[in-house]
Design a protein around this ligand. Structure first.
Ligand code: C2E
Ligand code: MG
Ligand code: MG
Ligand code: MG
Length: 291
């Protein structure tokens, strides 16, 4: 539409969009190359029970060791592959990597679940269920120890199809979580229509609970809703001791956030968990190792 605004605009805007197009194209090529060359890794962020202080799971979060740009976060490269076949390829890599890690940890008697973020486009892709089923046969796991986190998004329009996938996945032991719960356009309608096992409450609802009465009321409502719908709740983005205490007093089940640990590479995660268990014993169940 720059064209329609006359020649001057055309001169100004066109080169920019061409370079943006070229940049994105380059990024897509680099991502494909990165997949072929093992440049991607998963970091794991612990999730703990607010009732027992036990580590119950880990969320897998993708990172990219870019050969020239260094460590890239999801926000740096996931937007470029949205609704592209690469989103499916990368998503399949994430699933397989997480499942092989889960198998390794189970063999080491580390009894935790792994949560994996699934993009809406990947979830809706016709091959999704058959690929997941094949992976679940290659890396058998205990019921509910694979949790798939989905976000509401325009791509999830066909809610009956989403529901069908969730039900078929439940048959092979996979649980579903709604990520960033409360921030989407239709969280409540999704809650009503989809058989979800978990709500992952967005961190913006926790940020101000120490000062905002209103945010506390919202959290209380979410807690009630979760009971009505039989979902467990994981609160994300817990950064402060007082937040942790308050959430625990409010009766929430699970928490994740920098207060507990940042996302860590698998071996660092194993070290962290060993230290956490040790610390718990020696400090009489005091929660977090403080520096
Ligand atoms: P998310 O799934 O909501 O993940 C939580 C994000 O919050 C992560 O950012 C995590 O590092 C960060 N975080 C955790 N605790 C805290 C905290 O206490 N305070 C603050 N300020 N932040 C915290 P990250 O790793 O940059 O990921 C961003 C988003 O990218 C994720 O949000 C998820 O939507 C997406 N993502 C990450 N990995 C994958 C993946 O493997 N596949 C897909 N499809 N999406 C992914
Ligand atoms: Mg997530
Ligand atoms: Mg989230
Ligand atoms: Mg998010």
């Amino acid at each position: 539409d720059a064209k329609m605004k006359g020649k001057n605009c055309y001169m100004i805007y066109e080169p920019r969009s061409v370079s943006a197009f070229r940049e994105r194209h380059q990024l897509l090529e680099q991502i494909q190359h990165g997949l072929d060359n093992n440049e991607f890794i998963l970091n794991y962020q612990p999730q703990i029970s607010l009732k027992s202080d036990k580590v119950i799971g880990a969320e897998a979060l993708i990172r990219w060791n870019h050969p020239t740009k260094g460590l890239q976060l999801p926000g740096d490269f996931l937007p470029a592959i949205e609704n592209n076949v690469l989103e499916v390829k990368l998503g399949e890599w994430v699933l397989e990597t997480a499942l092989s890690q889960l198998q390794l940890w189970n063999e080491q008697a580390l009894d935790i679940a792994i949560s994996v973020n699934i993009s809406p486009y990947h979830l809706m892709h016709p091959s999704f269920f058959s690929k997941v089923k094949a992976l679940s046969e290659k890396y058998p796991f205990k019921k509910s120890s694979l949790v798939l986190e989905i976000v509401e998004n325009g791509a999830l329009q066909d809610i009956n199809h989403v529901k069908d996938i969730i039900i078929r996945c439940a048959d092979i032991g996979i649980a579903f979580s709604m990520d960033d719960f409360g921030t989407g356009y239709s969280s409540l309608s999704y809650l009503r229509q989809l058989p979800l096992s978990e709500l992952k409450v967005d961190r913006t609802f926790i940020q101000n609970i120490l000062t905002s009465e209103q945010d506390v009321e919202i959290l209380k409502s979410i807690h009630k809703l979760s009971q009505v719908f039989g979902c467990r709740v994981v609160i994300e983005g817990v950064e402060k001791d007082q937040q942790y205490k308050m959430l625990s007093q409010m009766g929430f089940g699970f928490a994740q956030g920098y207060l507990i640990s940042k996302p860590l590479p698998a071996t660092k995660f194993e070290e962290w968990i060993a230290g956490y268990a040790h610390n718990k014993k020696s400090q009489g169940n005091k929660l977090i190792k403080r520096e």
